[in-house]
Design a protein around this ligand. Structure first.
Ligand code: DAH
Length: 433
């Protein structure tokens, strides 16, 4: 496995636990004030239109199943996809009806189907390899936005990425003339390692377009109308998932919406961010669907919500094949509270080195994931000092190794740590201490 995703500004109102969970959107808040949009070329994979959701899933599952290793791991100097990441492509946990992610997806579908029967087209198997243009430019992400950095995003080549959010499909689906849709899929971000961060996670994107008749009938301005519809719809969704909870709207920034909001609910004694959303930026609609329309959009992280709903303490559990985990969940049942079947002790190992300018924590975590896979539970900077005479900076990281499913032996951990150390020395151009 590789690294996790960037965690940025979740307001100080959130507890640490909530802040750690707030992964799926931090990226966008970090650089609200970037320059104008940029361009990049690259072929957009053809999207599918007008299928029922199950047909879409099958068609796209076939598409991902045929992705070969050399389609995502190339010799291009920009390529930063690892084997452990490649192995996640096509797994599609959200397509398993009795997996917590599948259960949550199903519950959200149920809500939209009940509210607006037959209105929302569902896509849940679009291939995660997309044009950089679709992932960034077409939804107005500025040229200098941090999310474009190869330190944060997996690039196949400079024009092709593993989508870092399901918003990557907004423009192509609008171009097909689909006016209301839900897109569920695996998304990929390089990041550090802890219980709530994993380089692959799942999101659901929702979009609904309105025409002038609709806001005129309501006697409202288009933006005001879309905003009211958005808030009504998403408050209903939060209640459908969490019951009668207290909610609040928090102003936010996303490049693709204006105004932008986050919805928070008061759950288990703290404010929890549920999703990001807003009124879609007009150029995205004008360019891809045609002029004179208005739309809302939202995006939510499935792991984040499933961890809260089902009491799942560690994000690695979503990937386990252990029946003691999987057996606890039932398709259609949102009420399960996960019971830990075991807690094996963690083992901590430190590694210290003199860093160079090129060093990043994400690169370190990528190595730890590549060597230790899901046995790496956390990678934490515990010491950072600059030598007064030489000016060199030393970092010490503590790696927690722990299996979700079994005890690890000393020999096994020592061997992993040795391999981590030698790979660090080899690949990161740092000097071990
Ligand atoms: N793409 C955003 C993220 O990954 C989530 C998001 C926010 C999606 C607002 C939207 C939206 O469609 O309107 O952080």
């Amino acid at each position: 496995m590789a690294a996790r995703l960037a965690l940025a500004a979740v307001g100080p109102r959130c507890s640490v636990a909530v802040r750690q969970l707030a992964t799926q959107r931090g990226l966008w808040l970090r650089l609200g004030q970037c320059a104008a949009a940029a361009s990049a070329a690259g072929a957009v994979r053809p999207a599918r239109r007008g299928f029922s959701s199950s047909t879409v899933a099958q068609a796209a599952a076939a598409a991902t199943a045929t992705l070969s290793r050399d389609e995502v791991i190339t010799s291009h100097p920009y390529n930063n996809v690892t084997d452990s990441i490649f192995q996640k492509i096509g797994v599609n946990l959200h397509q398993q009806p009795s997996h917590p992610l599948g259960i949550l997806k199903g519950a959200i579908y149920d809500y939209f189907d009940a509210q607006h029967p037959g209105t929302f087209t569902k896509f849940d198997g679009l291939a995660p390899v997309v044009a950089a243009k679709a992932n960034f430019d077409e939804i107005l992400i500025p040229a200098d936005h941090v999310s474009r950095s190869p330190n944060d995003t997996y690039y196949v080549d400079p024009d092709t990425v593993l989508r870092c959010h399901t918003s990557a499909h907004q423009a192509e689906i609008l171009r097909q003339g689909v006016r209301a849709f839900l897109v569920t899929g695996d998304v990929y971000r390089r990041d550090s390692i802890d219980a709530t961060h994993y380089p692959v996670f799942h999101q659901m994107e929702g979009v609904r377009v309105f025409n002038p008749d609709e806001w005129q009938a309501a006697g409202m301005e288009p933006t005001q109308f879309a905003e009211a519809e958005l808030k009504r719809t998403l408050e209903g969704l939060a209640q459908h998932l969490f019951g009668a909870v207290e909610m609040r709207w928090v102003d936010a920034y996303f490049p693709f919406t204006d105004p932008s909001y986050e919805l928070e609910i008061f759950f288990n004694g703290e404010w929890l961010e549920v999703l990001g959303c807003g009124v879609m930026q007009q150029p995205i609609l004008d360019k891809n669907l045609g002029p004179g329309q208005k739309a809302w959009a939202f995006g939510l992280g499935l792991e984040r919500l499933a961890m809260v709903l089902f009491d799942i303490p560690d994000i690695r559990l979503f990937w386990t094949a252990d029946q003691r985990f999987l057996k606890q969940f039932k398709a259609g049942d949102l009420t399960t509270k996960f019971k830990s079947y075991s807690k094996y002790p963690p083992c901590y190992k430190d590694v210290a080195f003199w860093i160079s300018d090129a060093f990043t924590e994400n690169n370190l975590c990528e190595i730890v994931r590549s060597v230790a896979g899901d046995l790496a539970e956390e990678v934490k900077l515990i010491d950072n000092f600059t030598h007064p005479k030489t000016g060199r900076t030393s970092n010490c990281y503590r790696i927690a190794y722990r299996s979700m499913d079994r005890s690890l032996t000393d020999e096994e951990i020592n061997a992993l740590q040795e391999e981590v150390r030698s790979t660090i020395a080899d690949k990161l151009k740092v000097e071990l201490r």
